[in-house]
Design a protein around this ligand. Structure first.
Ligand code: NDP
Length: 339
């Protein structure tokens, strides 16, 4: 059995979804209530592969909300993630993906040191961040969508916002090793980590976001921002491809310009309908088939009975592992969301 640990994008979103899913007692409550709410399994899932295999899984709502980080409720945020992991393990889930901020909180606050959650000793090999598959899918989206909108990769300037992150650094490695991209901008706040990444890659230009945006043909957004940025469309080059892989989205404004292509990053489309309710509540266009690539990673590991934390730690995703999970993704019928 596979599991998905997820959360909603804001308090407002959580209240809306609680009402839709039939939890009216959660719907009128403020942040304090969500801070004390325990994790819950709110959906059971059946997925068929194009190989004919069928697997079962469930969705664990951690009740974490990004406002907890914005309001410095750090202890609450970490408790949410550990409790959700313990809940998944208690329900004998073999492999669970830590979606959205779950893995970011796990890593940033060193939760590996808190193995014991009440009577449960967490077995970390039962969890995966799902970031290898996410990074692979975003790279496929860069390659496929650029071709579709007429941006020539060898001539293009590609900016990665959140370049030093787990997903961002993997995307950079792939772009450098597997594509003809020659002009790569590296964007993040911590300069030491940017220098380290640049040394590892052997190329790339460290840039501020403000300086990079007007000069970029493609922007990959994979920064861990609790709230999206408001950016006006006149800043961008035309044509320009924006691949937003953030959850919540890095871009808060709905950009509407015929020459600016905005693509939901890190999203896959399955070839067959999935039996579940949960993707409706995160506003996927085709909820029966579209999902986060990190969630799909736990499905792939379940299909293959690969019960291991395939993606774990920070900045260790190799191009070889991206190719391995990419091969499984195609084998079981997933494809990157097109532009
Ligand atoms: P990490 O925490 O590993 O990395 C985050 C990166 O963002 C770092 O480079 C960080 O560097 C940078 N960053 C944070 N804030 C800012 C800012 N204000 N301006 C510029 N850079 C910033 O995160 P992950 O790689 O694990 O995840 C990245 C994003 O992808 C998140 O939004 C996450 O929710 C989403 N995600 C999507 C998935 C999917 O399936 N589609 C799956 C998993 C995650 P610094 O702190 O130095 O600025």
């Amino acid at each position: 059995m596979f599991g998905l640990i997820g959360h909603l994008t804001s308090l407002k979103h959580a209240q809306l979804v609680a009402r839709e899913l039939g939890y009216p007692e959660y719907a009128d409550q403020g942040l304090d209530f969500w801070c004390s709410a325990p994790p819950q399994i709110v959906d059971s899932i059946t997925v068929a592969s194009i190989t004919g295999q069928k697997i079962e899984g469930c969705y664990v709502e951690s009740c974490f909300l990004p406002e907890m980080l914005a309001n410095r409720r750090i202890k609450t945020a970490t408790r949410k993630i550990l409790n959700a992991m313990a809940h998944a393990q208690k329900h004998n889930i073999d492999i669970t993906a830590l979606g959205g901020f779950s893995s970011i909180i796990f890593e940033n606050f060193n939760l590996e040191q808190f193995r014991q959650v009440r009577n449960i000793e967490l077995e970390f090999e039962r969890f995966t961040t799902g970031n290898t598959h996410t990074a692979y899918i975003i790279c496929q989206q860069v390659e496929q969508a650029s071709q579709k909108v007429g941006i020539d990769l060898p001539e293009a300037t590609v900016a990665v916002c959140g370049a030093t992150g787990d997903i961002g650094s993997a995307v950079c490695r792939w772009l450098v090793q597997k594509t003809d991209v020659r002009n790569l901008f590296l964007i993040a706040r911590n300069q030491d980590r940017l220098q380290e990444l640049r040394t590892e890659l052997g190329c790339g230009k460290i840039m501020s976001l403000e300086a990079a945006l007007p000069l970029s043909d493609i922007v990959v957004w994979v920064a861990s921002m609790p709230r999206g940025l408001e950016i006006e469309s006149q800043i961008f080059r035309k044509p320009c491809l924006l691949i937003d892989g953030g959850y919540p989205k890095n871009l808060a404004t709905k950009i509407q310009h015929p020459d600016i292509y905005v693509l939901n990053g890190g999203i896959v489309e399955h070839s067959l309908d999935i039996e579940w309710k949960i993707m409706q509540v995160v506003n996927m266009d085709v909820p029966a088939r579209q999902l986060f690539a990190c969630f799909a990673e736990s499905m792939l590991l379940e299909f293959e009975r690969l019960y291991t934390n395939f993606s774990w730690g920070r900045n260790q995703i190799t191009v070889e592992k991206m190719e391995q999970i990419g091969h499984l993704s195609i084998k079981h019928g997933f494809r990157p969301l097109p532009v």
